[in-house]
Design a binder for this molecule. Structure first.
Ligand SMILES: *Cc1c(COP(=O)(O)O)cnc(C)c1O
Length: 425
């Protein structure tokens, strides 16, 4: 860590270091393919014997520069951009799980991830057990089986705003010989770096704060390089035994700490192809250049709005981990002492219809499916993002039917509060 540049510097300067005469700004390598002089040179790339670019589905210089910036921000050894956050979480699990395997996951997570893990991955023969992340280590450990391959949770859950006890989760995962995968979308590496607390792999929907301007859907997987796959070789044959699709190469032997990332790129991206476009990676990079400036403003505004809501008698409850009344206040102070994120969950007194009316009354604040944008926005998950979940699943995912998700932007807090005030009527 000693030589690590400061986070602010990495946001601005990380990833792209031009050589003499090259563009100062990261170029968009809008090319599917790359030129070589001999057939032999190309063949060596296909065998993973040389590294280099040959086809954008596998690697692209624009994407790689942005991935390198995010890897540096998280303190990881490598990263891979994906076309969306959904693809990132799918690949993160699928890279180490196959039909017949199982993983354990915090139940309070993003609705799309809940569906991906609980419905779609089950169809592939990969089973999941959702657990209450606030339960004791003993209780959560009961969900593990001999075929369990990973533990998964979100630093701050979308939309319920629960804070994950990362150290506790890392202890549980490691005591069962599996990696902890943390979706760090809401906290961002500005406010929390899960690797420093024992997480092994981090994912993001870069669509959210990292892009920050609602311009580009994307995702990323980052590996800490810390998990010892060889020590649990029987659990992870995909990494520790020969890959027939690469002439019997074994990822852990050939790539060491880069085994997990290399397999994700060379095998999953090759076969499934959810690559981020270089154009989107360029936009993501622009967002990252100001992430360290935007996050504190999101947090400052959200704190002011949360305090306003908590003091208003028309509001039934507020969940924001920056509030002393939050059951996650202590965990947030520990893992995110400089602030958490701009997302607040709250409920109004009255009926579900009152919540809808409040949202329809908002003027500056828009109803959008998005979250973590520079512009303040609002959503009613039970009617929108989480519509597909049953009442029971809603409760399990920590989404009360009256929950309003307010994503506080980087305008002036006074104007955000004024809009809420007039909409409460
Ligand atoms: C939005 C979101 C995702 C899914 O990301 P997309 O980019 O929309 O595919 C995953 N995890 C969290 C925490 C999210 O907020």
């Amino acid at each position: 860590m000693g030589n690590r540049q400061k986070t602010e510097t990495l946001c601005v300067q990380g990833g792209w270091q031009p050589k003499k005469g090259e563009p100062r700004v990261l170029p968009i390598y809008q090319s599917t393919t790359f030129k070589y002089d001999t057939s032999e040179q190309m063949a060596r790339l296909f065998d993973l014997e040389d590294s280099g670019y040959f086809y954008t589905r596998l690697q692209n210089p624009t994407n790689d520069a942005v991935a390198a910036k995010i890897a540096a921000l998280e303190g990881g050894v490598g990263a891979m951009l994906t076309s969306s956050g959904q693809a990132a979480n799918f690949y993160a699990i699928f890279n180490i799980c196959q039909a017949g395997d199982h993983f354990v996951c915090a139940s309070a997570i993003y609705g799309g991830t809940f569906n991906l893990f609980g419905v779609t991955m089950k169809k592939l023969g990969i089973d999941v057990t959702f657990v209450d992340a606030d339960a004791s280590e003993e209780e959560i450990s009961k969900a593990f089986r001999p075929n369990t391959k990973a533990l998964f949770g979100e630093t701050i859950s979308n939309p319920s705003c629960a804070v994950l006890d990362i150290e506790k989760f890392a202890r549980i995962a490691h005591s069962h010989g599996v990696p902890l995968i943390v979706d760090n979308t809401f906290a961002t590496p500005i406010n929390c770096r899960p690797f420093e607390w024992g997480a092994d792999i981090v994912t993001h929907s870069t669509t959210k704060y990292m892009d920050g301007h609602a311009t580009a859907v994307g995702g990323v997987i980052v590996d800490s390089g810390n998990f010892d796959w060889e020590a649990h070789a029987d659990k992870f044959p995909g990494l520790t035994t020969p890959d027939e699709s690469y002439h019997g190469l074994t990822y852990t032997k050939a790539f060491g700490k880069m085994a997990y990332m290399t397999k994700a790129t060379a095998q999953l991206m090759r076969d499934l192809g959810s690559i981020q476009s270089p154009q989107n990676a360029f936009l993501l990079n622009l967002g990252l250049e100001t992430l360290h400036l935007r996050m504190p403003q999101h947090c400052k505004n959200a704190q002011a709005v949360a305090e306003y809501l908590e003091a208003d008698e028309r509001v039934a409850w507020v969940n924001y981990c920056g509030l002393k009344s939050s059951k996650y206040y202590e965990l947030a102070q520990k893992y995110m002492p400089n602030g958490s994120c701009g997302v607040i969950a709250f409920g109004l007194k009255g009926t579900r219809e009152d919540a809808i009316k409040f949202m329809d009354n908002l003027k500056m604040i828009c109803i959008v499916t998005h979250v973590a944008d520079a512009r303040t926005c609002v959503l009613h998950p039970a009617s929108h993002t989480h519509r597909q979940l049953t009442e029971e699943q809603l409760i399990e995912a920590g989404v009360a039917p009256d929950l309003i998700r307010l994503s506080v932007g980087i305008e002036h807090a006074d104007d955000i509060i004024a809009d809420i005030e007039q909409a409460l009527g």
